[in-house]
Design a binder for this molecule. Sequence first.
Ligand SMILES: Cc1cc2nc3c(=O)[nH]c(=O)nc-3n(C[C@H](O)[C@H](O)[C@H](O)COP(=O)(O)OP(=O)(O)OC[C@H]3O[C@@H](n4cnc5c(N)ncnc54)[C@H](O)[C@@H]3O)c2cc1C
Length: 405
Amino acid sequence: MYDVVVVGAGPSGCMAAKYAAKRGASTLIIEKNAEVGVPVHCAGLVSSRTLEETELSNIESFISSEIKGAVIHSPNHDMHVEARAGNRAYAIRRDVFDRALAEEAVKSGAGLITNSRVIGMVAGNGGVRIRVRVAGEVREISAKVVIGADGVRSAVAEIAGMNFRKYILSCVQAEGCYGDGDCAEIFVSRAIAPGFFAWLIPLGDGNARFGLCIDKRYSAPGSTPMHYFKKFLHQHSHTSHLSYSGGEIPIAAASLRPHKTVRVMKRTGILLVGDAAAQVKPITGGGLYYGLKCGKIAGDIAAKAAYKDDMHLLYDYERRWREEIWMEIAFGIWVHRLRCMLRDEEFDVIFRLLERERTRIEREGDMDYPSLVLRELIIKPEIFMLVTKGVIKYICGRGLDIKEG
Ligand SMILES: Cc1cc2nc3c(=O)[nH]c(=O)nc-3n(C[C@H](O)[C@H](O)[C@H](O)COP(=O)(O)OP(=O)(O)OC[C@H]3O[C@@H](n4cnc5c(N)ncnc54)[C@H](O)[C@@H]3O)c2cc1C
């Protein structure tokens, strides 16, 4: 029996496995796909802090370009924000990134099996028996602790009855020719990407990633992200040779009782980490930094609980990750709700007002902790008025005038 089995060889799972193995736990990663990191469903924009969080020395192998700032386009306004030196963002290649993290986990002592899908789990006094489909056959693997790092539609969460209320945003992305540029572009408009935004990230080789994400509760009935994306690409007629991919982003539902990411049954335990636990920034959809951070905590605590044979130690995971990032996520959930309420004219007003605070945003803005600067800007009188209007609209349900698609 393994001390720790991690389901999913994404960044959160590999980091959890690395930390569990480093702490001496016998650890196995189970991945359903044939190859780690493939297929890619990510824009791959990360902060320099995320790169540090990986603890990898070969970061050049997956960096495509350095992003020196962002242009935020609202329908009738463009706001240019420069990133200060030392706080730049990077476009990365997710396939290479994920593989590098998996190699580190294996070097630390974790085992890795691919082409293996977890399809069931039964908890008993002798550990969790995990049913895995490998090449058409079903095998059983046992573990004291299971870490579900299996993404947005986590099978572990589903099987363990740990599904919580969340909204799943739908995305589509493409890579293609673009030209020169070293700034990311963000397009905020209900007409372009209702409930979220569209992006363009230059890769430094004449290509870029174009994508958008929508919250279907606020999009036209029956519409899909592709429907909006085709219109968006049409406006960028210089793009060509596109290869498409889809993807989903989980946003935890706002609730006074936060969702649970730990379950202890008999003498076994289950933890959720990364997208499986909706450890994602609701404002930007970025999940890599939080996933790596929480993966470390999960691996560490899982190893300790297995070693001491005391599953109650697992509750420490919930406490520690919430201490680190929950306030940021909770703030982001509210900002996401508000942006879903705003009309295009109101986005223009907000970005015109934010323009006046540009120097401060450039100085204090932080893509991993956006609330640090936003919290203070939101209480500026004119912005506060719009926010209050948004809250009233939300409470009265008027923001739901365009129903689920
Ligand atoms: C379009 C798009 C753009 C994004 N852009 C960014 C960005 O620019 N920056 C950023 O920080 N984040 C971004 N994100 C979010 C980021 O991709 C995720 O937060 C991140 O991948 C989460 O990592 P994870 O390890 O938790 O899950 P995942 O990366 O989803 O990994 C889960 C793994 O589990 C495996 N798995 C699933 N089910 C099973 C099963 N039953 N058995 C075995 N294995 C299983 C999967 O194959 C996968 O390998 C974006 C997301 C999308 C959709």
